[in-house]
Design a binder for this molecule. Structure first.
Ligand SMILES: O=C(O)CCC(=O)C(=O)O
Ligand SMILES: [Fe+2]
Length: 350
């Protein structure tokens, strides 16, 4: 709940929803208020399974963050871009191509998208707010970023991981136990801002899969996010007030032996009526603990019945941290549209 002792930050007014008629995809809506009972969890586990098998994306509603809290989160997100002087931004810039870590700022034009320098600024908190340093303007906000971390990891990600484990007929905490808060891992909160551009860039973020296990993306009104269906068609994600959009990444695909596939998604230019607005985002990326090797959960009766796709011999499987770092080093790099990691080819799509 809110109290007036919270630090003052400018209010971020989001763009009005688009009136354009777009080809949206229908996703399963997971109502977390049903997760309190055994019967409810059984039904949600089935629904999660259906959504992840069919689209690889879901909505979550009634997750526990009020609209007021979500609005405040977006206000805080914008501080990272609007209230920090450029020289401070430069000081905390991530060196992703060299280190494979996104922690800190990514300035515009660091990536190349379809041959054009990108228009995205982002700030990433990798593994808690306890990174060595942050720009001074962020200090007063760190307790609230910490609250967001806790909410994302324990309330949302753990609930989804339990529902997924249940759907695989595994003990409920099988996946939770691979996402320990007190272990070393690369879970991150990323705020990002797509600045309006005057160039003709149609693609704002290259098609990709996320590399972790679960991604939770706060729905926001500027249309742009599209997912690729099993049939290879691009469909738009519709904004839903105060909903969280969930998708799974490579690591979950590997842990489930391909039973759940990481869905390819991208961000394209918004419809005409939203094009002059920035697009502010807030995302939580859950990643398994650094030392988790990405091998299938062969003890799952579901995977045993349905078949397991192996991407590598277990003895050659990468750890979560290795997979993530190599993905970050290659993404958005000029001239790189494909990378081989542990013998598996990863493509970046248009
Ligand atoms: O901005 C978005 O809607 C999606 C961003 C995304 O896919 C990512 O950062 O991995
Ligand atoms: Fe993504």
């Amino acid at each position: 709940m809110f109290n007036h002792t919270l630090p003052n930050v400018p209010h971020y007014e989001p763009a009005p929803p688009t009136k354009a008629s777009l080809e949206y995809i229908d996703l399963e809506i997971i109502d977390f208020s049903k997760a309190d009972t055994e019967e409810g969890r059984a039904a949600l586990a089935d629904q999660v399974k259906k959504g992840l098998r069919n689209q690889g994306f879901l909505y979550i509603v009634n997750h526990g963050y009020t609209q007021e809290e979500t609005t405040r989160m977006f206000d805080i997100a914008d501080v990272h871009f609007s209230c920090i002087p450029d020289d401070e931004k430069r000081k905390y810039t991530a060196n992703m191509f060299e280190t494979g870590s996104e922690a800190g700022f990514k300035p515009r034009k660091y990536w190349e998208t379809s041959g054009i320098p990108d228009h995205i600024e982002q700030y990433s908190y990798n593994r808690g707010v306890d990174m060595p340093e942050h720009p001074e303007a962020l200090f007063p906000l760190l307790p609230e970023v910490d609250k967001l971390y806790n909410f994302s990891h324990f309330n949302v990600v753990y609930t989804i991981l339990r529902l997924i484990a249940r759907g695989l007929e595994l003990p409920e905490d099988t996946l939770v136990n691979k996402h320990n808060w007190d272990h070393c891992n690369d879970c991150s909160i990323k705020f990002l801002k797509y600045h309006p551009s005057t160039d003709e860039a149609k693609l704002l973020l290259n098609g990709h899969t996320d590399y972790g296990t679960i991604t939770m993306l706060w729905s926001q009104p500027v249309a742009g996010l599209q997912i690729q269906t099993h049939e290879g068609e691009w469909r738009w994600i519709r904004h839903m007030d105060n909903a969280i959009v969930i998708n799974i990444g490579d690591a979950m695909e590997f842990l489930t032996g391909g039973y759940y596939k990481a869905t390819i998604h991208r961000v394209v230019q918004s419809p005409e009526d939203q094009r002059q607005y920035p697009r502010l985002g807030s995302i939580y990326f859950a990643r398994a603990d650094n030392d988790v090797t990405l091998v299938p959960l062969v003890e799952s009766p579901v995977l045993q019945r349905e078949g397991i796709e192996r991407r590598w011999d277990d003895s050659h499987a990468p750890t979560m941290i290795k997979w993530g770092k190599e993905r970050v080093m290659a993404f958005g790099k000029q001239g790189v549209d494909k990378v081989i990691i542990s013998g598996v080819s990863v493509g970046y799509y248009e």
